[in-house]
Design a protein around this ligand. Sequence first.
Ligand code: ADP
Length: 280
Amino acid sequence: MRDSQGKIVGIVGISRDITVRKFIEKDRVRLMQKLALKNEELESILYVTSHDLRSPLVNIQGFSNELVRSCDLINSALKEQLTAANASKEVRNALKKDIPQALSFIVTSANKMDTLLNGLLRLSRLGQAALNIEPLDMTAMLADVTKNIEFQTKKAGAKINIEKLPPCRGDSSQINQVFSNILDNALKYLDGSRPGVINISAEIDNGRCIYRVEDNGLGIAPEKQNKIFEIFHRLEPDKTKGEGLGLTIVRRILDRHNGKVWVESELGKGSTFFVSLPSE
Ligand code: ADP
């Protein structure tokens, strides 16, 4: 503070106690480390359980298939006795209907469980795979991904347009998997009533590359847009084939890359999937 002649007559200072802020920051780092450890622990539980549950399941599948064959054998060996008028109705029903039906349920359920366990196993392996982070030429990568799905694209009568894309940083094979999964879906969930068009473009925003895969397919209702990233979640399981794992894998890969994935969509019009990754 100066007087009217400009002489210093006093000094005002502001001091702020940052002890609390420092404490909060330390606590945040500690919690993040704890979370990372818990995550690793969960991943290894996932791996061990899905791996170990598969061996008894293989037995269930093998032996139930054997029972199906034995049941067919008994049925054809006892053909005449079973059709004879004096054959017990219960025995006939058991051999001709109840046992084959129960076995068919067992086989279907065991196969379904096998698919689910394989999916879990794939997911946990993904979390353990080493990452080789390097600069990625995304225009070349997307050209490669679209070349690999040329057959499905032709079959769907669709057209894929790719703009020049900025490079980013990531693990080549895992980022390739991200875009393969998103493009597979863009083709799979097109609307048969109009020619499919898929546009791939990108922009740089604040040191991040934001890639866009836009389709003019079936679209996703707003309340379901978060659900599609959940494991095994499928919107219309009876209409198309799939495991409900593709987008979970995409999200998992991007988590490990400090990346993000999200969707904007309108039912009946189409969807745009956004992928954000650190720029080169
Ligand atoms: P999958 O394709 O095997 O079902 P995903 O995890 O890849 O598994 O996708 C989950 C669900 O999200 C799909 O079953 C589908 O209902 C929906 N979905 C994904 N991509 C699109 C898309 N481009 N357009 C419309 N629906 C989509």
